[in-house]
Design a binder for this molecule. Sequence first.
Ligand SMILES: Cc1cc2nc3c(=O)[nH]c(=O)nc-3n(C[C@H](O)[C@H](O)[C@H](O)COP(=O)(O)O)c2cc1C
Length: 363
Amino acid sequence: MPGTTVDLPRTGRPVVVAPMAGGPSSVDLVVAAGEAGALGMLAAGYRSPQDLVGQIAEVRSRSEAPFGVNLFVPAPASCAPERVDSDTAATGVSDAQGRDRADRVAVAAFREMLTQEAAALGIALPVPDWHDTDHYESKLDVVEAARVPVVSFTFGCPQPDVVDRLHLAGISVVVTVTTREEAVGSVDAGADALVVQGCEAGGHRGTHRVADTPNQLDHLALLPLLTDLPVPLIAAGGITTAGDTRRALASGATAVQAGTAFLLADEAGTSAAHRMGLSDPRLSSCVTRAFSGRPARGLRNGFVERYDAYAPAVYPVVDQLTKPLRAHSAREGDLDGVSLWAGAGWRAAREAPAAHIIEALTP
Ligand SMILES: Cc1cc2nc3c(=O)[nH]c(=O)nc-3n(C[C@H](O)[C@H](O)[C@H](O)COP(=O)(O)O)c2cc1C
């Protein structure tokens, strides 16, 4: 990577163990990845800045291998409203400064729908927080101060001044892209490398605009559209075998980023309900906004059946609203109420030490 500290292949293997927020990317997994010659990634999403500080320190106390941290770029609209009118408390946003009225109406209707299920379980739903940035600025301060070798971004591209700040701290900046337009914009902003995320990828699609309908291009279709760009490309989506890695490298990638292949790894922090879902032969793959308002690939369960048609494209507000229901289902071990994020290659995921999975992905 030009002007940066980590050359991915020189970590030993052309494999990045994907950041997976919500539990799977444990410190154990990141350490195991680094020790096996891959690049491990801490997932800062949904985590407090203080937690992130602790995780970075723990990784460093256990391994000298390079590693990265992944951040969610907040959507501009989610930072906008400053004032909440008392008469709009149900939607948490004022008329004067709020989002598009259609979003507010859709969120209120969706909240009403979820409230019926929540009330039956004795769960109160939160008032939406339209200011939610997932502590983006504080987390930038954390990774800058810690001089983490690699910082990757999803859901958007950091502003050029942020990229400059991280470069000054010796940090490689990686941006997740799903289209040529996003890729060109990210290179223009100063990105050192791109994660090229295809439609097979598990978890959220990293589209830079929340409302965009993601394309149907897999990583092998996206790579040739980007090989003229002057940065390394890291292919992501459905990579579960050494053959997949070989094909991605032959199509112009410098490395691959695999997530789903590690969901059942011994070191992964994947919840018991999620692990059970991944082993359930009755489930099938789907893309849905039902859990968060952003399109994400996972396994089709009862929650998706009930809410896929109704969840508005408003992230992270929809994520906030569904969170207590998901947490309840996780506690109960109820597969039908949790998000079972997984890529199209989910049936290939297997229980094994991460080092074995990395070995199996290496050509
Ligand atoms: C459970 C899960 C959580 C994820 N969380 C994140 C995340 O926090 N940040 C991110 O950039 N990508 C996240 N992803 C997407 C991965 O970075 C990557 O694009 C994807 O796992 C590649 O596809 P695969 O799952 O088929 O290997 C997640 C994927 C999964 C399966």
